[in-house]
Design a protein around this ligand. Structure first.
Ligand code: FES
Length: 110
């Protein structure tokens, strides 16, 4: 399993505002929403637009980001597309916060 990589300081995250970070060569969308922090691949699986420029929706258990290019909607917890045209999931990362530092690593089987 891949090692954890520090990608941000928790104090720099703004609630419900996506931040683009890197896991090696992979761009990742990092998002804090209330008490949870999500990390999913930042590149839309349709044509690669940056999801950090998309619209975040937090409504109860439905937490999504919508691609700014053609409207694909992705679940922030599972990375699965909930609305086309994208049909493939984006990768999901585990998030760990320690001493105010945010670490991520690819989630197994994502
Ligand atoms: S690039 Fe995201 S929906 Fe087309």
């Amino acid at each position: 399993m891949a090692d954890w990589i520090e990608v941000a300081l928790e104090a720099n995250l703004i609630d419900r505002k996506p931040t683009r970070v890197m896991f090696g060569d992979e761009p990742v969308l990092l998002l804090e929403a209330s008490a949870d922090v999500f990390a999913i691949g930042n590149q839309c699986t349709h044509q690669g637009a940056g999801l950090d420029k998309g619209v975040v929706r937090i409504a109860g258990s439905v937490r999504t980001v919508t691609c700014p290019a053609h409207g694909s909607m992705f679940n922030l917890e599972t990375g699965k597309p909930m609305r086309p045209p994208a049909t493939k999931s984006v990768p999901v990362y585990d998030v760990r916060i320690e001493d105010g530092r945010v670490y991520i690593r690819p989630r197994a089987n994502s």
